[in-house]
Structure formats: C-alpha cells, structure tokens
Design a protein around this ligand. Structure first.
Ligand code: FES
Ligand SMILES: [Fe+2]
Length: 390
C-alpha cells in the first residue's frame, strides 16, 4: 500500500540520461525521462492509445514518444503529436497521461504521488549530509551508490532500517556484538512541519566488536570505544543510518522503493568522511551490501509479510519506539483515507488504473479528460472503459 500525497524518492538522478525509464512503484508503472531543459519528468507509463509502455520509447523534441505509434507527450503529459492523424485533425482532449510533480535533489529523483496543489504539498525532507544538488554529497564526504532487492514488503524493509536492537544478533558477523545487546534509553527526536511528521531519529551508543581488516589498522587504542549511532526515518520512504567511528563518519541514506507487495528495492547513498579517495569505494560498497545481506534472510522470513495495521497484533518494547512511531504515522495516514491499495496481478491484467495526479483536481475542465480511472475510482467501479473523442 502506498500512502498518497507524499514525495517518494524513487530512483537515482544519474540513472536518468537520454532514454526514458520505467520504474514500478507498488504495482504502478511510471516513466521517468529527462527533458531538453535538463529536468526529470515523471508520468504514468501507460500510453492511453493502446497501452504502450512509454519507458520503452524515446525522448524526442522535449517529449516522450510512445514506441508503438509514436504519440508524443509533453512535460505536462499532454499529447502534442499523433503521427497517423492527417494534418488538421484535432488531438483529443483525452490524449494525456497523468504527470506527477518531480524534483531531483540529494542525488535522488523525488516524485509527488498524489493530487494536491503545489501550495498544499509537504516539503521534501531535509537530508543532512547530502548536497541538495545532484552531486549527492556535501563537502568532506565521499559518496557511493548502490541498490539491493528484497523479496519482502516495504514496510518490513523500512522498519528494519531503523531497528536498533537487531544489530547484535543479525549483524553479529560484522558490527553487531552479541555480548552487548542492551539498548540504553534513548529520546526520539521528531521534526514536524505543522502537524506533519517529517523526520524522526534516535541516537544510541553501541558497543561494537573488535574491528577487523583495514579498520583494525586504524585503531588507535586497545580499549573498546562506544560507537554513536543514529537511525532516522523520513516519511514515507527514506531512512538514515549514521555511524560515528573513531576515524570518521559513515552516513547511509536509503530510499526503500516498493515494487509490489512482496518486492522492495533499497537504493542507497553511502557517505564517508575518511578514505575519501576512489580506491576505497569498492570496500565501502561491499561493506554496505554486507549489511543488507545479513538482514535479508531475517526480513524475508518475517510473518505476516505485511505489517499488521492493528498495533496490538505484535508486541512492542521500549527499544522499538522508532518503528512504533512509523506504525502510528502509517495508521494515521490510512485512517485519513490516504492509503492506496496495491493492484493484484488480475487487476493489472484486466485494466489500468493510475495514481491521480494534481491536474485531475486542479482543472475542472479536465474532469472527464482521463482515459484511465484513478485507483480510488477503479475501486468503486468495475468498469475500466473510457470513450475517446476521436
Ligand atoms: S500505444 Fe502509444 S501511440 Fe499507440
Ligand atoms: Fe540490519
């Protein structure tokens, strides 16, 4: 389930070059493409003509061109060219695809999945340590990018990323210490924008195991030093892990991208303030991937696969307070009617429904100008038929 009216980090900006790209977000396909102005656009991937995938097409004359019959859609999602039409034939009003607000920031492409007008949208969260530009790293940091695919639901993946007390057990092979599993009391640091929760984090001191490999060479003292660790969550889909080591800091921002109910791709930017030469990138990536690989069997083995809506359906203890804050946030959003159900395989085989974009709400003239129903409307009716004004 997606929580609508939020900015989702869905892809790295550097991936979007000359060709359009289809990205799947919780069973809904979007096309990302970079226009001639350099801006990334995010639109529904399904062509309203015969359902071609726009991500399989080309960027031509500042438009995305469908690979099937060459219809061209501009950066507002409006079709501006139907090549098969003889000159003078009008382009139907319904020849348009939903277009979503899209911003490139901190190295990620952020897409606003929802229908709110610009002045009602929340801000993109502030990710401290990442440069706002596409270079993705603030001064003093070296960045590596990577991704990791889970056969697990995205809520489980998100919760794992902010879970503090699993470290001694799941990561006993790397930075976790089975002999020191206790978590000291910690405060939740919540950031609000009005009523809205925009970030929540907690800092704890963990007792690490003795270092190994190149890390041990840099160890200055024989005695063990506690490692200050911060985990943070920026709704709806970004998490942060900061580990402050004696030799410097590691900061990992991860966008958990839901592909469908059972598949999630974590896209991470890992920053470090030490070994800032390119020679250490491979080791950084390997160490980050190792963390995910250690988590994978545990997260994929959790039952039920989807986190329960009812908070009392699992037992929470004090050290789970960030995850609990996440569940409360999610529960509030769903109760406010903002949950968008995932499509089933049968749904996608039989019809197309899309996440309603702001243009559906903003322009009364466009009320009937959409071929595909919104997810909400599709849920109310079995009819997926639109009538083209050809
Ligand atoms: S299916 Fe897209 S142009 Fe025909
Ligand atoms: Fe973990």
């Amino acid at each position: 389930m997606l929580i609508k009216n939020n900015w989702y980090a869905v892809e790295f900006g550097h991936v979007i070059e000359d060709a359009p790209l289809t990205v799947r977000i919780d069973t809904h396909d979007l096309v990302l493409w970079r226009g001639s102005d350099g801006q990334v656009n995010a639109q529904s991937d399904v062509c309203v003509h015969r359902g071609g995938s726009l991500g399989g097409g080309k960027v031509v004359d500042g438009c995305v061109e469908c690979p099937y019959h060459g219809w061209k859609f501009d950066d507002d999602g409006v079709c501006v060219d139907i090549p098969a039409n003889r000159e003078g034939l009008p382009i139907p009003k319904k020849a348009r695809v939903d277009s979503y607000p899209c911003v490139e920031r901190y190295g990620f492409v952020w897409v606003f999945l929802g229908d709110l007008a610009a002045d009602q949208r929340p801000a993109i969260p502030h990710l401290d340590g990442l440069d706002e530009t596409t270079s993705a790293r603030a001064d003093g940091y070296r960045a590596v990018f990577g991704d990791f695919t889970w056969q697990a639901n995205y809520d489980r993946v998100l919760e794992n990323a902010v879970d503090i007390s699993h470290t001694p057990f799941v990561h006993a092979g790397s930075f976790g210490n089975r002999d020191k599993p206790e978590i000291q009391d910690f405060d939740l640091d919540e950031v609000h924008d009005g009523d809205r929760l925009v970030g929540i984090s907690a800092t704890v001191k963990l007792d690490p195991p003795a270092p190994s490999g190149i890390w041990s060479l840099l160890r200055k003292k024989k005695e063990r030093e506690l490692v200050e660790t911060t985990t943070g969550f920026y709704p709806p889909n970004v998490t942060m892990l900061v580990v402050r080591l004696p030799l410097g800091e590691i900061r990992i921002f991860t966008a958990a991208v839901p592909i469908d109910e059972s598949t999630t791709v974590s896209k991470y930017i890992m920053l470090r303030t030490f070994f800032t030469g390119g020679w250490a990138d491979k080791d950084s990536r390997r160490r980050t991937d190792k963390i995910f690989l250690e988590d994978q069997p545990t997260v994929e083995g959790q039952r039920p696969e989807l986190i329960p809506f009812d908070l009392s359906a699992e037992l929470h203890v004090k050290s789970d307070s960030i995850q609990l804050a996440y569940r409360r946030w999610r529960q509030d959003q769903i109760e406010a009617g903002l949950g968008l159900p995932s499509q089933t395989e049968d749904d996608t085989r039989r019809g197309v429904s899309v996440i309603a974009s702001p243009a559906r709400m903003a322009d009364p003239e466009l009320v009937n100008a959409w071929v595909f129903p919104s997810i909400e409307d599709a849920g109310e009716s079995d009819s997926h038929n639109g009538t083209n004004n050809v």
